[in-house]
Write a protein that binds this ligand. Structure first.
Ligand code: NAP
Length: 348
């Protein structure tokens, strides 16, 4: 069995840290493993499979001899270094949004469109965290009953904004408990690091994830809209999104409204979800069973519940979809892409 030499770019980040944990138990036959980050972290040590490893500074030569590079260090870093990695013979799985809508780059959720991996030209994009979990829940329904419309509202965890955002929320929470006035809380990152104004997230809900873009939508909302159509290979599906950050550490929740082409019952959808790869049905209102962000943390699945018919729309269905954004939304989906490619013999 051929050994895989793997590099993780952004190894110290919220996603990178999870990638390291998952790689420890991966089915990939590992050769050399490298952990890369910025100059700030170079020299720091961490443990991997019982061995001490040193974080290295990311430079183009980092990819010499690497077969697989998992990127999670921001779009600018991917733009600059992913082509370098490919030039040196690596396959890149990129977690950032930089290459997602590039027509030459497959955008993959393995349960949904693994076949797209065959067309890769060196780079594979990992979709947005909120899109991934929605795809796992909706693809089985689309395949069986057709999908004409999706309206989603998200309730996204702070870990989706990285380590510093999590620290900011923790400090604001401490300030709240210390009865410090709200105007003295420090807010330098959220809702979006690159934007002009910042607001506290603790005990709040912020209807802005990423910067605002065309027609009053944020980039995060456009990602959900455009990526859904690309992954499902159907531009005719009507998609709209409202993305909201809430003070939850990990686990994105989504209220998803769909309209199907053919009429479908709740029981039929429950049966589909119960059988769908990657999805877990948690839907029993009589027992108060439904997916919760807290319960999703540390799990690879996408949890689906609260499945019910729209009272006025014959083909309208509501669902509640929850998953760990750092795992299925990021680190696990990336590694799953790599493992799937290995099984499909797609590494040269
Ligand atoms: N969090 C999520 O749920 C999620 C989901 C999907 C996609 N993503 C995407 O994944 C990327 C990382 O997200 P994150 O949440 O893990 O962020 P994070 O916690 O802020 O971590 C950022 C990582 O990037 C590294 N980095 C920053 N500048 C660098 C440079 N100049 N050279 C090399 N490494 C550098 C950091 O290393 P240092 O420690 O040395 O600074 C750190 O390892 C982002 O593009 C994000 O949009 C995140």
């Amino acid at each position: 069995m051929r050994k895989m030499n793997v590099a993780i770019v952004g190894a110290t980040g919220a996603v990178g840290t999870q990638m390291i944990k998952l790689l420890e138990n991966s089915s990939l036959p590992l050769g050399t493993v490298k952990f890369l980050a910025s100059k700030r972290s170079a020299g720091k040590q961490l443990s991997f499979k019982g061995e001490t490893k040193t974080i290295e500074e990311l430079v183009p030569d980092s990819f010499d001899g690497i077969n697989l590079a998992l990127f999670s260090a921001g779009g600018g870093i991917s733009a600059k270094f992913a082509p370098e990695a490919v030039k040196r013979g690596a396959v890149v799985v990129d977690n950032t949004s930089h290459f997602r809508m590039d027509p030459d780059v497959p955008l993959v959720v393995p349960e949904v469109n693994a076949a797209a991996l065959r067309n890769h030209q060196g780079i594979i994009a990992n979709p947005n965290c909120s899109t991934i979990q929605m795809m796992v829940a909706l693809e089985p329904i689309r395949k069986a009953y057709g999908l004409t419309r999706v309206i989603v509202s998200t309730y996204q965890a702070v870990s989706g904004a990285g380590n510093q955002a999590m620290e900011e929320l923790k400090q604001q929470t401490r300030d709240f408990l210390a009865e410090k006035p709200v105007n003295e809380w420090k807010a330098d990152i959220l809702p979006c690091g690159g934007d002009e104004k910042h607001y506290p997230l603790a005990f709040n809900a912020l209807p802005q994830i990423d910067v605002f873009s065309d027609e009053g939508y944020t980039n995060e909302e456009w990602k959900m809209i455009n990526e859904t159509k690309k992954i499902m290979e159907d531009d005719t599906i009507k998609v709209s999104a409202t993305c909201v950050r809430i003070p939850v550490m990990s686990g994105h929740s989504e209220s998803v409204y769909i309209e199907t082409e053919k009429a479908v019952t709740v029981a039929e959808i429950q049966a589909l979800i119960a059988d769908a790869p990657g999805a877990v049905l948690e839907d029993d209102p009589s027992q108060q069973i439904y997916p919760q962000a807290l319960n999703s943390v540390g799990k690879k699945g996408t949890f689906v519940g609260r499945i019910r018919k729209d009272p006025d729309e014959e083909k309208g269905i509501h669902l509640w979809v929850v998953s760990d954004n750092l795992l299925k939304g990021a680190a696990w989906n990336s590694l799953q892409i790599a493992e799937t490619m290995y099984e499909m013999n797609l590494f040269e």
